[in-house]
Ligand binder design. Sequence first.
Ligand SMILES: *Cc1c(COP(=O)(O)O)cnc(C)c1O
Length: 451
Amino acid sequence: MIDSRQQNSLVTRSLRSVWHPCTQMQHHETVPLIPVTHGKGAWLFDTDGKRYLDGISSWWVNLFGHANPRINAALKEQLDKLEHAMLAGFTHEPVVQLSEQLAERTGHVLGHCFYASDGASAVEIALKMSFHAWRNSGRSEKQEFVCLKGSYHGETIGALAVTDVAIFRDAYGPLLQRAHVIDSPDARQSQPGETAVDVARRAAKAFETLLEQQSDTIAAIIVEPLVQCATGMAMHDPVYLQEIRALCDRYQVHLIADEIAVGCGRTGTFFACEQAAIWPDFLCLSKGISGGYLPLSLVMTRDEIYRAFYDADVTRGFLHSHSYTGNPLACRAALATLAIFENDDVLEANRVKATKLTAALAPLIDHPQASHFRQRGMIWAFDAVIDDADMASSFSRRFFSAALEQELLLRPIGNTVYLMPPYILDDEEIALLAARTQSVFEQVMAQESSV
Ligand SMILES: *Cc1c(COP(=O)(O)O)cnc(C)c1O
């Protein structure tokens, strides 16, 4: 018997009227849907007053906790001044300040900022800009793109064309103008005796082989620097980025760095590309840039790209737009986020937190049922070793449910368990996250051995 309270619960109403993202809705017959009422710091709270440690930063967006007092205050102030104004023909202080501060962080190499709302749109913008810049320079035959095995760049039709995650892409295959897919530098592919650097050089060589044959028709390569997140936190050595930067220069191909997930300090430096001491031609940011508050994305590019569009002829301009381009509230949230990076010396503080969390996760590093433990900056991952195919395909959902029972929000990708917490965990939360991740993992793996 379902009583009327259950019938009208938030969960029931949601399942009736909301089509949830990235979900086979039928799975909610067994997998719980959590009705969230509020958040504070690293924690989310549900309608029953239960709490969950947000170990994946609410899909990698939240950097400084939920209901962060400083971001809240900045937004409240902005709200009474200007909620939105169109960015064609108009400008405003938040969008100018944000563009200036981001350009400053690249030493003004990437001095021009184009805005959108979500990550996939930023990717579309970078692809269109690259193609159009070549066309404006008399190289209209450069129309093709290159992406890596396992790449993820978003789920609109254009972004899916440079995405190589079968579960998101395959159903729409006929709609896509597919890109060249080349070997990933994923360090897990090392042969005996090979280092991560060797794997990176081998993968760069595959790119070189492609360029030798067809660089005339290739506009750009798009990569997720250092960590290919959505395919399961595949990490590579920074030398890969140096190698492909050099190849792009040699063969006149643009380098697009999709830092939507890895930017904003996630890998240990503000931009992941800094660890390779290179700059791309286009850099996409989203997710963490607004602190996880509001949809905001942007593409930064170089002066020479900008110049290729600068002309009296309107059609040589970049006429792309979105209704909420450069939204002042979102830009203000981003400015408050950047201010926290400055004021709290966040990158240094994160190094200390990361060392502590890695130490606390030590039992999982050599765990017989876990392989490829890896970490970069504020990302940790390992792969569950599962033989049974049915157990493997349901691992992620079983782990998610078991984690909720232990107050953790964690959503493995396939058999990869990962942590991508907000940057504000205290010592107690670090200890709790590590201990419970291990205990959930062991509980779920015990189901495996009992089959
Ligand atoms: C999340 C993500 C995107 C897409 O961003 P959305 O805001 O979800 O459209 C693109 N690239 C990478 C690397 C991402 O992680």
